[in-house]
Design a protein around this ligand. Structure first.
Ligand SMILES: N[C@@H](CCC(=O)N[C@@H](CS)C(=O)NCC(=O)O)C(=O)O
Length: 198
């Protein structure tokens, strides 16, 4: 399998953490490419030009980190990150959706910050900063639901928090969120997270 990947992408990190946890990382060949040029090889695998994308040995390519992670989980017979059924499954998927939304909002802020100063919008930044803050407040309130065996929800939340540390450390997301901060301190020590730290 060939994975289009970049270590600073929180979505890519989700996939790598999943692959490591599933014991599949050795079967994955890592590639990176420029996401802004449709002539590049990445775009032949993913018409949307986004990272991550997983090109399979059967010639098909899977895109979007939730899809890729669930595929890797499905071919792993041992430890499952996607609970098969029951409320634990919906909790994990909901946590993943919240975490992916945090990544989306943070990435939009990052993209905005890289535009020429005269084109940057303070309104866009404020709107997405607020989304991140409200999502983290919800995760703090429901921090108990992050306990138990590792799920894709926990993987996604930890990758989103890691991205905030990487790009928005000055916002100090831990302030006022002691349960989330303590939980993250522990999960970040897992080898799969330590190995993929951006
Ligand atoms: N929903 C996608 C988001 C992927 C995404 O936006 N990746 C970023 C890198 S962090 C990217 O490739 N951006 C380039 C672009 O959108 O053109 C996922 O979960 O995989």
């Amino acid at each position: 399998m060939r994975l289009w990947y970049t270590p600073t992408s929180p979505y890519g990190r989700k996939v790598m953490v999943t692959a490591i946890e599933a014991g599949l990382d050795k079967k994955i060949e890592i590639r990176s490419d420029y996401t802004k040029d449709p002539e590049r090889n990445l775009w032949r695998d993913n018409p949307l030009g986004k990272i991550p994308a997983l090109a399979l040995d059967n010639g098909k390519t899977l895109i979007d980190s939730p899809v890729i992670c669930e595929y890797l989980d499905s071919i792993n017979r041992k430890k499952k990150l996607f609970p098969a059924k029951g409320w634990r499954r919906w909790t994990a998927l909901h946590q993943q959706a919240i975490a992916d939304g945090v990544m989306d909002a943070a990435l939009l802020r990052r993209t905005e910050s890289l535009r020429p100063e005269s084109l940057r919008s303070q309104d866009v930044d404020t709107l997405h900063k607020g989304k991140v803050a409200r999502a983290l407040d919800l995760l703090e309130k429901d921090a108990k639901e992050l306990s138990g065996g590792l799920t894709i929800g926990q993987v996604a939340v930890a990758c989103a928090l890691g991205y905030l540390d990487l790009r928005f450390a000055a916002d100090e997301w831990r302030k006022g969120r002691p349960k989330l901060a303590a939980w993250y301190g522990k999960i970040a020590k897992r080898p799969s997270f330590a190995r993929t730290k951006p």
